[in-house]
Design a protein around this ligand. Structure first.
Ligand code: A2P
Length: 284
């Protein structure tokens, strides 16, 4: 079990990654990004998660530059969106991301969602980008077991991370087990269900016993399941709070109580449908 936000875990490819990171989705102006990234760095966050879809890579790159730190001190995750998938277009997209982030490598690049027509071509581009040193680790996001099975029929290297929607109302136990069996680390996006789980009375009462907030209790529950987390907040107090989860332990019984709240409630798209229609839902 890790004891500090700066602790890392060894991925299947040998690279080290912090278990907790800072999610930047929805941070869409420089001032907010600067303040959030500075606060997060000062609280010990070393992983910063972005995506081309978030339209904020350049903002993040600027904020990181302002910290005046060694590039090696931080870990950047980025994601390739559906319209950029394909062999050459993914390689070009990675170059564009590097330029916007103002760096010469990305620590972890993820396929944002699986899509059927470019499924293998995108992955071949990832393997090439890794061989070229432009990305250190390659992974996926929103992949079901069937997608991992399909990928394994042609991949030279399998993903080291699968970032999926995971929270107390969508615990995804079979998917988490399937990742583990393939030596793929599960990383939870929307670890609090976009806020939906924060008012849950069961979690609230467990949190009170530990003198912690519901958010902290949920994040701790993820870590004790061996799941990496990338909570997001634009509020400095909550950014700090979400980093302060290394001084308490949930009992086995409390872990079970939280896991039993599962109700298969997705806040995001169903990956199988995105695979078929090849883009996220138009309403998003
Ligand atoms: P805010 O930016 O106002 O803090 P998720 O990561 O599950 O998608 O949830 C993100 C939402 O939860 C954000 O809207 C964020 O809002 C809110 N949030 C993040 N951390 C906390 C916290 N510690 N307490 C309450 N709300 C939080």
């Amino acid at each position: 079990m890790i004891n500090s936000i700066k602790d890392t875990i060894k991925l299947a490819d040998g690279n080290e990654m912090p278990m907790e990171g800072f999610g930047t989705y929805k941070l869409d102006n420089q001032e907010t990004m600067d303040q959030a990234v500075k606060t997060a760095f000062e609280c010990g966050y070393r992983l910063f998660d972005t995506a081309q879809f978030y339209n904020n890579e350049e903002l993040l790159g600027n904020s990181i530059k302002k910290l005046e730190i060694n590039r090696k001190e931080i870990f950047i995750t980025d994601k390739i969106p559906e319209p950029k998938q394909g062999y050459q277009s993914t390689l070009d997209a990675i170059d564009e991301s590097l330029s916007r982030l103002q760096t010469d490598y990305i620590d972890l690049i993820l396929v944002h969602w699986p899509i059927h027509s470019q499924f293998f071509a995108t992955w071949r581009a990832f393997e090439k980008a890794k061989a070229d040193g432009k990305v250190k680790s390659i992974g996926v996001s929103n992949y079901h077991q069937t997608h991992l099975d399909l990928l394994s029929t042609a991949a030279d290297e399998m993903p080291v991370v699968n970032q999926i929607e995971d929270h107390p109302y969508l615990t995804q136990e079979p998917m988490v087990a399937a990742n583990k069996q393939r030596n793929i680390l599960t990383q939870a996006w929307s670890p609090m269900g976009r806020g939906a789980t924060l008012q849950d009375p069961t979690i609230k009462s467990i949190a009170e016993k530990h003198g912690k907030s519901t958010a902290q209790t949920i994040l701790r529950w993820h870590l004790q399941r061996g799941i990496s987390i990338i909570p997001k907040s634009s509020n400095p107090e909550r950014i700090k709070q979400n980093a302060n989860i290394y001084d308490f332990n949930l009992s086995d019984d409390e872990m079970k109580q939280i896991s039993s709240l599962n109700q298969e409630q997705r806040t995001g798209d169903d990956p199988e449908l995105v695979y078929e229609i090849e883009h996220q839902y138009p309403t998003k």
